[in-house]
Design a protein. Structure first.
Length: 469
């Protein structure tokens, strides 16, 4: 079984069942399957073959969902890139993965591209090449510590090990309607899409401009009769704080609410659990390199909890251990093939996260070992932001830190100005970031300093930067 077989199977079993809802558009499994075949024929006519990369820089849509299926049917590897990424960053991603074709929905890119609407072919679909579960399916580019994005290479087996577990854990059925809140380059979207396709259920795409609009998200959850919601905690907290999520009973269709990508403050979890007693709440954990490797379901016993919510027990067929320093180490079928262009990963991945096992045997998340952070659910290497800001002509040195928690989290840059230059202002640096980084990596605050504080061993003292403004 391969990822693209899920749609083919559902189309054969229930061809008229809804597969994808995108705003006013709904397509059945038959229609999705046909569109994917036509796009596969078009890609094949352009010379795309097994192992080639297809970079997709476009907003979420039915056409993008089917295009990912089309690439897989050719044995190609799709590379989704959210439209919030500026062209220079997309160019760096393209230089890394060397795609056979770049597909957009109209974005201005300095190079040859194909508009997604032009990817259609009336001829028969090409024969599928011989592909195994261990072959790569897609690349998810994340923030890189060197200032360059790095591509996490995921196989069919990696993704299916998680999807099969998740679908069973949440008892997905053809009558379910899953939300898709995350962009397609974020690993949360894997469950939304492929969990739905495995079960023959439908997935409802949340438009990117609604992703952090609390009132609109609440209306989406209610009006679209979502049964399974999956998002970062920040989205739920926004809906709770500013969208009136808890002012009414739980949406009548909702039965599962899953959150992942960052810690959910315990008070918010307990408030949600109390307000939604009939909705099962799950806390899932795992870096992009492993997708979800541990899981925890909130229970009545957690109402007495005063510490953070556990990340739970190993899942998806993985094994979790802690090394002598408490670093979480994952072994098993969800561990990525490796970083694109790098050596094979093997079946073990060191997460860089520190954890501990509680007295009840559940794993608890403590924090990061390095400068990788989570901001509103997005994994960010601070080094990539620093590398971008360091290109500003008025910046001699820069360090970026995270201040605040939850939806109040902010990215603060401490900047040493270039000698003789006027210190750059916040608006100038925001505009500069917007030219080089996706929206979620644009700084919120800036402080001008004469020099960056250092620790005893000469490293930037980030703790001191957090403590001062």
């Amino acid at each position: 079984m391969l990822l693209h077989h899920l749609v083919r199977t559902a189309a054969a079993r229930t061809p008229s069942a809804p597969a994808v809802h995108s705003e006013a558009t709904t397509v059945s499994y038959r229609e999705l399957n046909t569109l994917a075949d036509r796009q596969a024929a078009a890609l094949h006519a352009l010379g795309v073959r097994a192992g080639d990369r297809v970079l997709i820089w476009a907003a979420k849509s039915v056409a993008v969902v089917s295009l990912m299926q089309a690439a897989l049917r050719l044995g190609a590897i799709y590379v989704p890139v959210a439209p919030t990424n500026p062209a220079p960053r997309v160019a760096r991603i393209a230089a890394s993965c060397t795609p056979a074709v770049i597909v957009t929905d109209g974005a201005d890119f300095p190079g040859p591209v194909i508009h997604i609407d032009a990817l259609t072919h009336d001829g028969p679909p090409p024969p599928e090449p011989a592909v195994s579960e261990d072959d790569p399916a897609y690349i998810l580019y994340t923030s890189g510590s060197t200032g360059e994005p790095k591509g996490v290479l995921i196989s069919h087996r990696n993704a299916l090990a998680f999807v099969r577990w998740a679908a069973a854990e949440t008892s997905l059925s053809p009558g379910d309607r899953l939300s898709n809140h995350a962009p397609f380059n974020f690993d949360l979207s894997v469950f939304d899409l492929y969990g739905a396709f495995l079960a023959g259920a439908s997935v409802d795409l949340v438009p990117s401009d609604l992703a952090y609009s609390p009132s609109e998200l609440l209306a989406f959850l209610q009006d679209r009769r979502i049964t399974v919601w999956y998002s970062v905690p920040s989205a739920l907290l926004l809906m709770m704080r500013f969208g009136g999520l808890l002012d009414h009973p739980a949406p009548p269709a909702l039965r599962i609410c899953v959150f992942a990508g960052e810690p959910f403050p315990i008070n918010g979890v307990l408030e949600l659990h109390t307000a939604w007693p009939g909705v099962r709440l799950y806390n899932w954990y795992g870096p992009t390199e492993t997708n979800v490797c541990t899981a925890y379901e909130v229970t009545e016993a957690d109402l007495a909890r005063t510490t953070g919510l556990p990340i739970g027990q190993a899942c998806s067929g993985d094994t979790i251990t802690l090394d002598d320093d408490g670093e979480i180490v994952v072994q098993g079928p969800t561990v990525m093939l490796g970083y694109w262009g790098g050596p094979p990963q093997g079946d073990t991945y060191r997460t860089g996260d520190i954890g501990r096992f509680g007295v009840d045997g559940n794993l608890e998340y403590i924090g990061r070992r390095d400068a990788m952070v989570k901001v509103r659910g997005h994994r960010i290497e601070l080094g990539e932001i620093e590398a971008a800001i360091g290109q500003h002509p008025s910046v001699a040195a820069v360090a970026v830190v995270v201040v605040g928690t939850g939806i109040d989290t902010k990215l603060r840059a401490a900047v040493v100005p270039t000698p003789g230059a006027n210190p750059p202002g916040l608006l100038s640096l925001k505009a500069h970031c917007a030219e080089h980084l996706p929206r979620y990596m644009i700084i919120d605050e800036v402080s001008i300093v004469d020099e960056l504080p250092r620790t005893a061993n000469g490293k930037t003292d980030r703790a001191a930067l957090i403590a001062t403004r």
